[in-house]
Design a protein around this ligand. Structure first.
Ligand code: DGY
Length: 313
């Protein structure tokens, strides 16, 4: 009799099993969010982005062949250790690009038109139509500055022309097709991008190079009254410095979907009225979260069988 391959899958992903066929030679064990990874002969692991996969975890899983991360970002994986142990790793690119770009735009609109404050006022009945109540800014003629022009950054940029926004981007890699498609302009120095943009939207991966990329100096280099949007990873922005920039009025507003220590949100962020806070829902549509699972599952199955992964990291 063929032995069954044991895999560990994050408990929160149970819902999506209805969309796939689980082969009879695969045995799934669910991993609750707060439980440590158990020791065992598991050959595959499908974790959420909130679980750190490091040496201590891999020590408990000596037979592990693949980690299929349920996220496009993979800052939760220690890739050096995975490589050293010969464990393959994958993420979920492409399938969440459009949903994340849409949510980024929801934040751009919400921050520029003060939807958070407006919604609170409406609920609390604290309003009467007034010509200067809750004035936001017009987008037309302004510049959207993208920090990172990978898949999601470009998808955000492509949505800008109908709103009359010009697009500038900062990225190590030039994107000529993106430039000619929407007239986007590449700016080589980060400080120049920050000085040119009315709205700065972050779309770089969190890594040792980008941790704290936007600190007090960078916020200071932004235009007075600019808007900052972050749907990438919290650790890219110095949150205390952002609170100060919002408090002083240096920034008009900001929109965040991600935080340094999720699910904790710093008090000074919660207190800022001109800040839209979302609980990391960039990819949260039914179709996208299902597609992410299908892709992660396919990678998991390929990895445990020693086949090439669809979206290796
Ligand atoms: C990711 O995939 O990295 C997002 O943050 C969640 O979908």
């Amino acid at each position: 009799m063929r032995s069954r391959s044991r895999v560990l899958v994050a408990d929160e992903l149970k819902h999506f099993l209805q969309f796939i066929d689980v082969s009879s030679d695969v045995e799934i064990e669910f991993l609750a969010a707060d439980d440590p990874v158990p020791e065992g002969d598991y050959v595959g692991l499908l974790p959420l982005l909130s679980r750190r996969i490091d040496e201590a975890v891999l020590d408990r899983l000596p037979q592990l062949r693949v980690v299929a991360n349920y996220a496009v970002g993979y800052d939760n994986l220690d890739l050096g250790v995975l490589r050293a142990r010969g464990v393959a790793a994958s993420n979920t690119p492409d399938v969440l690009t459009e949903a994340t770009a849409d949510l980024t735009w929801a934040l751009i609109m919400a921050a520029s038109r003060r939807l958070g404050e407006a919604e609170r006022r409406a609920r609390e009945g604290e309003w009467r139509w007034h010509p200067t109540m809750l004035l936001g800014i017009d987008l037309r003629g302004r510049t959207l500055g993208l920090l990172g022009a990978g898949r999601i950054g470009r998808a955000v940029g492509k949505r800008a022309p109908p709103f009359g926004l010009k697009v500038a981007y900062w990225d190590r890699v030039a994107q000529p097709a993106f430039e000619s498609a929407i007239g986007a302009r590449r700016i080589e120095k980060l400080a120049d991008l920050l000085a040119a943009a009315d709205i700065v939207s972050i779309h770089v991966q969190l890594s040792s190079e980008t941790a704290g990329l936007i600190g007090a100096a960078e916020l200071g280099a932004m235009k007075d009254g600019a808007i900052l949007i972050n749907t990438a990873r919290g650790g890219i922005v110095d949150e205390e410095a952002l609170c100060a920039a919002l408090e002083s009025g240096k920034l008009r507003a900001a929109g965040l979907d991600v935080y340094e220590n999720e699910p904790e949100i710093r008090d000074c962020l919660k207190r800022a009225p001109n800040l839209i806070l979302l609980p990391h829902i960039g990819s949260a549509t039914e179709g996208t979260r299902r597609s992410m699972f299908e892709l992660a599952w396919s990678n998991l199955m390929r990895g445990i069988r020693g086949e090439p992964l669809l979206t290796p990291i």
